[in-house]
Write a protein that binds this ligand. Structure first.
Ligand code: 5AD
Ligand code: SF4
Length: 463
C-alpha cells in the first residue's frame, strides 16, 4: 500500500514544501502525520508534488518482502528531482524514515549517498534538529538509535486535525519476537504512552472533530501505560476512560496479540457500547506445531476460546485476522489445520501472506523452508476461502438497519459515504448534511469490499 499523506498545520515564514510518501501499516500513516506536525513549526507545509518539495520523506515498511528494493527504486526517481532542483539553484532534503531506515540505515547511505537523513521510528521527535543539521551540513545525518527517552514525550501537542475518523498511537514496539517478524528489531522494545497523554490527545482529536478513534500499536492490547494512580493500566481500563468523552462515539484498537486478550478487555467488549464490534486478532496459523515454531506462545485451542468468550461478550462481533502460509516447517497437514480453523471461526475479513524470510529473524535460518510454488498454491486456497467468508459476511448485512458514521462524499454525484460498525465502507444516495452524523441506514446490497444503503423513511423526511 502506498499513500501520500498531506497534513496541514500552522506555518511560519518562509514557507517550505514537504512531500511524504508512506508505505505500510496505519502506524506508519500516523507517524507520517506526526512527522509533518513536528516540521510544521519550521515552516513546512504539505505539497502533493515531489518535484516541488523542499523536503521529501519516504516513510518505509519492512515487514514483508521487497521493501528495500521499492525504497531504492523510489530513491532513484527522487535523485533526478533533487538534481534538477539543485541545477535550478534550490535544495531538496531527502529523508528515509521508518522500518527500512531502521534495519538498513548504513546500506541506504552506501547505496544512495544523496540521501540527507536516515531516521528510525523512535527518533521522529528529533527531526527538526536533523533537518537543521542537514541544511547546514553536506554529509548525511543518521539517527536510528533506540533512545532511552520516550519519543512520545517530545511530539508536539498541536497535531494537525485528522477529520472524523482519527488514529492515535498508544503503544510502539514489540517484545514478542515471533520467529518470522522484524518488528522487534526495527521498532524496538514495547513502549506504552501514559494514560493521561493518551486521554489528552483523544480529547484534542475530538475537539478537532474526530468522532471515531482507532488506538494504534504493534501490540496494542499489551498497552500498559501509567494510569492515574501511577501504576500500569490496561487497555480495558483505557477504553472505559475514553468512552467517557461525550463526543467520542466510536472506539477501535489494532493490532492485538491473542496472549494479551485479558478478561478485562473482553469484558469491555460487553460493557462499552462505543467499543466497535470489530476485532483484528492475528492468529497466523491453525496448527499447534507451526504456532510453536512461530514462537506465538499460544495454542489453537487458546485462540478458539478467546473468540468464543469475545462472541459471548459481544454477539455481533466480527473477527478479522492475519495468516502466514508456508512458514518454515509447515506441512500440508499443518496448512489443512489452518483451513479448518478458518472454516470453524468464520472471518469477516482477513489478510493472508506468503511467508517471506526477513534477514536476521530466526525463521530465516530455519530448516524446512517451503517451496515457493507450494506457498503460492496454499495462499490461493486460503484466500479463496477467506474471500467466500467475507462475501458471506457482507451478504448477511443486507436487510439490516445499522448506524453508519458518514465521513465524506461518495464516488458518484449525490452520494455520501461512511463506515459501518464492522468497518465496511457504506455508500448511500443522500444529502451532504449527513456527513459528520451517525445515522441509521438500511443495507440494500453487498459488494466484495463495501455495502450500499438507503435512508429509512423517517430520516429521508428529515433530510
Ligand atoms: N512473512 C510474511 N508475512 C509476515 N507478516 C509479518 N512478517 C511476515 C513475514 N516475514 C505478516 C503477519 C503480521 C502482518 C502484519 O504481516 O501476518 O501479522
Ligand atoms: Fe511481530 Fe509477533 Fe510482535 Fe506482531 S507480535 S509485531 S508478529 S513479533
Amino acid at each position: 500500500m502506498e499513500t501520500t499523506v498531506l497534513t496541514g498545520a500552522p506555518t511560519i515564514t518562509p514557507p517550505r514544501r514537504l512531500h511524504v510518501i508512506t508505505w505500510g501499516c496505519q502506524m506508519n500513516v500516523y507517524d507520517s502525520g506526526r512527522m509533518a506536525d513536528v516540521l510544521a513549526p519550521l515552516g513546512y507545509a504539505p505539497t502533493a508534488d515531489a518535484g516541488d518539495a523542499d523536503m521529501v520523506i519516504l516513510n518505509t515498511c519492512h515487514i514483508r518482502d521487497r521493501a528495500a528494493e521499492k525504497v531504492f527504486s523510489e530513491l532513484g526517481k527522487l535523485r533526478l528531482l533533487k538534481q534538477a532542483r539543485a541545477e535550478a539553484g534550490g535544495r531538496m532534503i531527502l529523508a528515509v524514515a521508518g522500518c527500512v531506515a531502521q534495519a538498513e540505515g548504513a546500506e541506504i547511505l552506501a547505496r544512495a549517498p544523496f540521501v540527507d537523513i536516515v531516521l528510525g521510528p523512535q527518533t521522529y521527535h528529533r527531526l527538526p534538529e536533523m533537518v537543521a543539521r542537514a541544511s547546514r551540513a553536506a554529509g548525511a545525518v543518521i539517527d536510528t538509535e533506540f533512545p532511552a527517552d520516550d519519543k512520545f514525550d517530545h511530539l508536539p501537542d498541536e497535531a494537525a486535525p485528522q477529520g472524523l475518523t482519527a488514529f492515535l498511537t498508544i503503544q510502539e514496539g514489540c517484545d514478542k519476537f515471533c520467529s518470522f517478524c522484524v518488528v522487534p528489531y526495527t521498532r524496538g522494545a514495547e513502549q506504552s504512552r501514559a494514560e493521561a497523554a493518551v486521554l489528552a490527545e483523544a480529547r484534542r482529536l475530538v475537539a478537532q472533530g474526530a468522532r471515531e478513534i482507532t488506538l494504534l500499536g504493534q501490540n496494542v492490547n499489551g498497552w500498559h501505560g501509567t494510569g492515574a494512580d501511577g501504576a500500569p493500566s490496561t487497555l480495558g481500563r483505557l477504553v472505559r476512560r475514553l468512552a467517557e468523552i461525550p463526543e467520542l462515539w466510536r472506539i477501535r484498537y489494532t493490532t492485538s496479540h491473542p496472549r494479551d486478550m485479558d478478561d478485562d478487555l473482553i469484558a469491555a467488549h460487553a460493557e462499552v457500547p462505543r467499543l466497535m464490534p470489530f476485532l483484528h486478532l492475528p492468529v497466523q496459523s491453525g496448527s499447534d506445531p507451526v504456532l510453536a515454531a512461530m514462537n506465538r506462545r499460544h495454542s489453537v485451542a487458546d485462540f478458539r476460546r478467546i473468540i468464543e468468550r469475545l462472541r459471548a461478550a459481544r454477539p455481533d462481533l466480527a473477527v478479522s485476522s492475519d495468516f502466514i502460509v508456508g512458514h518454515p516447517g509447515e506441512t500440508r497437514a499443518d496448512f489443512a489445520a489452518t483451513l479448518a480453523l478458518v472454516r470453524e471461526v468464520g472471518f469477516a475479513q482477513a489478510f493472508s501472506f506468503k511467508y517471506s524470510a526477513r534477514p536476521g529473524t530466526p525463521a530465516a535460518a530455519s530448516p524446512g523452508q517451503v517451496d515457493e510454488a507450494e506457498k503460492d498454491a496454499r495462499l490461493q486456497e486460503l484466500q479463496a476461502l477467506l474471500r467466500d467468508q467475507q462475501a458471506a459476511f457482507n451478504r448477511s448485512c443486507v436487510g439490516l438497519t445499522v448506524p453508519v458514521l458518514f465521513t465524506g462524499l461518495g464516488r458518484h454525484p449525490g452520494q455520501v459515504a461512511g463506515r459501518s460498525p464492522w468497518l465496511h465502507a457504506v455508500h448511500i444516495s443522500g444529502p451532504a448534511s449527513l456527513i459528520g452524523t451517525e445515522t441509521r441506514v438500511k443495507i440494500e446490497a453487498a459488494f466484495p469490499n463495501s455495502l450500499s444503503a438507503s435512508l429509512p423513511e423517517q430520516e429521508r423526511a428529515c433530510a
